[in-house]
Structure formats: structure tokens, C-alpha cells
Design a protein around this ligand. Structure first.
Ligand code: NAD
Ligand code: UFG
Length: 341
């Protein structure tokens, strides 16, 4: 039986595809390439020696999705496809609700039509909003402060309601904390459009000389060094977390929300210093004002993932920094220019 990865050529999808193929699973990728490149498929093949089937489709196009289910025996879907830029979602809320919610609805419809039972959904720690206290447990209060976050919150609810009406479904809502880093080969990694919003790709692009300096958004937070604290998780650990979630789904029914993080908070300055130390590069920075919507700290309680999945993140902040730089330095323009990696 095959695993369908919607959004499979994206950052987390590509790393999960590699992990699945290396575990001997059949992976089928579907993506409209709105935020990724077909070149990813060559890279996956270089790493694993296998080329997954690929469909360039809009997941919210039910007829196109049906064709994928008709061509393969799919029992599990990992649903990554969606728009993910918080700032853009504030400017284009309707595009975000339309794309992210319709994609989730059509995935569920196709699963029910073709008898696929297992769904792993890419949710986000953003569903905890600025309300919960870290370490965040899965039963902490939820609620969001931007349209992107609400699309994750609402998708979770849609999945819960579908599973209530169709008890044969088995669904895991994975709440990722801050995915960073890249495959150690340097062949696949994060390739953001334009100027990055997130910290690690910003640091990498300053280090490679594409950007001048990092602005640290505030040094007056209630944290040990005053800068924001987050739970950065290596994307390869995250990929393994998906494999664990798939195997959990295969043995259970119902819905579970599960955090994927390390449980360890790291400040902006700590991450920056680790990046400089591990890679022997300088990352000039200046302290700027706080960014709207940011919280002091956000990190996971990881007990539930450990007990349900028998999974824990193992890679260190140093691994994250080394692999992020390996990818960035080998692919200074992302997938645009083929690297010699
Ligand atoms: P990404 O943008 O690299 O991957 C998402 C993929 O989905 C892209 O390849 C894009 O082309 C595709 N896509 C979008 N809409 C589509 C549609 N209608 N039909 C087909 N393909 C479509 O993002 P990522 O970082 O790999 O994130 C994967 C998922 O995890 C997303 O749902 C994202 O919201 C979620 N997530 C990401 C983070 C993060 O920091 N990267 C954190 C929490 C949650
Ligand atoms: N930061 C800077 N300078 C930058 C970028 C970020 O100082 O140029 C700081 C932020 O203020 C924050 C930390 O680095 O303290 C991390 O910021 P990111 O933008 O990398 O990550 P966030 O935690 O803000 O956001 C991430 C995802 C969102 C998701 C959110 C909640 O990008 O999609 O986690 O889970 F909604």
C-alpha cells in the first residue's frame, strides 16, 4: 500500500518522502508546485535511489485527486499541502481559507471515497496562539491570532468532525514547533521565496552574503537573554516523527493531536551563536523592535509523542545549524541552480 504526500515536494514533505522511501515504503507525491520545485524529485532520487510517483495537481481539485487514488493503492495520506506564510495570510485571508480548508476537505472526501483510513495532518504550534504556557501540552487552550493559524485550527476541527462521522478513520494532528535544518547530504532543504520570515533561513542567508545582517526582534522579552525562545526541531527528526505517526495510525482509530518538538527552548541569540560556532562564519546582527504577534517563549511538552509514538527528537541545535548551512552554502540560490552536492 502507498502513502500519499500532499505538498510532497515542499520542505517537510521532501524530507518525509526520503524517510519513507528509506524505510521501504511506497511514496506518491502530489503538489501544485506553488511553493516548491520539480527539481526536488531529482534530489530525492539522488538520496534514496528511488523516484517517487509525482502528480502536479491542486489538491483541492477533487477530480484530479481521484485520479491519483485510482492509479495507486493508497491507505495513508500525509497532508502537508497548504499556504504557510503568516504575514501573507493577514493580507490575503480569503486565499488562505480557500486553499488550506478546501485542500483538507478534498483530502478527506477522497479518502472516504477510496477507503483510505489513515491521515496525518500538518498542524502547527500556532494553534496554541499566544495563550498557553510553555511547555505546551496538547490539551492547552487553543485559539489563533492570524488567518494562517485559524486555517490549521479549523482543519483540525474538520478532521475531528469527519472522524466522528466515520469512525473507521485514524487521524493524527501533528503540531510542529519550529522545523529547521536540512538533510545532511545538502541535496534538499528549505527554499523560501523572497526574503525569509523565519529565523534559521534568515541567519543562513546573512551568512552566505545574500542578506546584510539579521535584525533580532526584541531583546526585552521575559527570557534569560531577553530574546525570543522557541523549540527548533531538525527537519529529519520531524520526518521520522511522521513515520512514527503513520505507524501509530495503522494500529489505532480515532483522532489524536500530538506535538512534534524537542521540548527544549533556544533563544534567538543562542541559535545565532551556535550557528557561528559550528560553521565558523560571522552573522552580523542588530537589535530591533519586537515583531507584532511574537511571544516570549514557545516550546513543547513532548511526553505524548514519546508515549504514543515511542519517538523523540535526537538531533541537537548544532546539528540543525550545521545542516542548514551545508544546504545553504551548497545551494545559495535554493533549487534554482543545480548544485554539485
Ligand atoms: P512548503 O510550502 O515547503 O510545502 C507545502 C507544499 O504544499 C508546497 O510544495 C506547495 O507547493 C504545496 N501546496 C500548497 N497548496 C497546494 C494545493 N492547493 N495543492 C497542491 N499543493 C499545494 O511548507 P512546509 O514548510 O513543507 O510545510 C508543510 C506543512 O506544514 C504546511 O501545511 C505548513 O503549514 C505546515 N507547517 C509548517 C511549519 C514550518 O515552519 N515549516 C510549521 C508548522 C506547520
Ligand atoms: N526572529 C528574529 N529575526 C528574524 C526572524 C525571527 O529575531 O528575522 C525571531 C522571532 O522574533 C522569534 C524567533 O526568531 O523570537 C523565531 O521566529 P520564526 O519566525 O522563525 O518562528 P515563529 O516561532 O515566529 O513562527 C513559527 C512558524 C509559524 C508558526 C509559529 C508558531 O514560522 O508558521 O512558529 O508555531 F505559526
Amino acid at each position: 500500500m502507498a502513502v500519499l504526500l500532499t505538498g510532497g515536494t515542499g520542505y517537510i514533505g521532501a524530507h518525509t518522502a526520503v524517510a519513507l522511501l528509506e524505510a521501504g515504503r511506497e511514496a506518491v507525491l502530489a503538489d501544485d508546485l506553488s511553493n516548491s520545485k520539480a527539481e526536488v524529485l531529482e534530489r530525492i532520487e539522488k538520496i534514496t535511489g528511488k523516484r517517487p510517483a509525482f502528480y502536479q495537481i491542486d489538491i483541492s481539485d477533487g477530480a484530479a485527486l481521484s485520479k491519483v487514488f485510482e492509479a495507486h493503492k493508497i491507505d495513508t495520506v500525509i497532508h502537508f499541502a497548504g499556504f504557510k506564510a503568516v504575514g501573507e495570510s493577514v493580507k490575503k485571508p480569503l486565499d488562505y481559507y480557500k486553499n488550506n480548508l478546501n485542500a483538507t476537505i478534498e483530502v478527506l472526501r477522497a479518502m472516504l471515497k477510496y477507503g483510505a483510513k489513515n491521515l496525518v495532518f500538518s498542524s502547527s504550534a500556532t494553534v496554541y496562539g499566544p495563550y498557553g504556557e510553555s511547555p505546551l501540552k496538547e490539551d492547552a487552550p487553543t485559539g489563533c491570532i492570524n488567518p494562517y493559524g485559524w486555517t490549521k485550527w479549523m482543519s483540525e476541527q474538520i478532521i475531528r468532525d469527519a472522524a466522528k462521522a466515520h469512525p473507521e478513520l485514524s487521524c493524527v494532528l501533528l503540531r510542529y514547533f519550529n522545523p529547521v535544518g536540512a538533510h545532511p547530504s545538502g541535496l534538499i532543504g528549505e527554499d523560501p521565496n523572497g526574503i525569509p520570515n523565519n529565523l534559521m533561513p534568515y541567519i543562513s542567508q546573512v551568512a552566505v552574503g545574500k542578506l546584510d545582517h539579521l535584525t533580532v526582534y526584541g531583546d526585552d522579552y521575559n527570557t534569560p537573554d531577553g530574546t525570543g525562545v522557541r523549540d527548533y526541531i531538525h527537519v529529519s527528526d520531524l520526518a521520522q516523527g511522521h513515520l512514527a505517526a503513520v505507524s501509530y495510525c495503522e494500529r489505532h482509530a480515532g483522532v489524536e493531536a500530538v506535538n512534534l518538538g524537542t521540548g527544549r527552548g533556544i533563544s534567538v541569540l543562542e541559535l545565532l551563536r551556535a550557528f557561528e560556532r559550528v560553521n565558523g562564519v560571522k552573522v552580523p546582527f542588530e537589535i530591533g523592535p519586537r515583531r507584532a504577534g511574537d511571544v516570549d517563549e514557545c516550546f513543547a511538552d513532548t511526553q505524548k509523542a514519546a508515549s504514543l509514538f515511542n519517538w523523540r527528537a535526537t538531533r541537537t541545535a548544532e546539528d540543525m545549524c550545521r545542516d542548514a548551512w551545508n544546504w545553504q552554502s551548497k545551494n545559495p540560490r535554493g533549487y534554482e541552480i543545480t548544485s554539485k552536492a
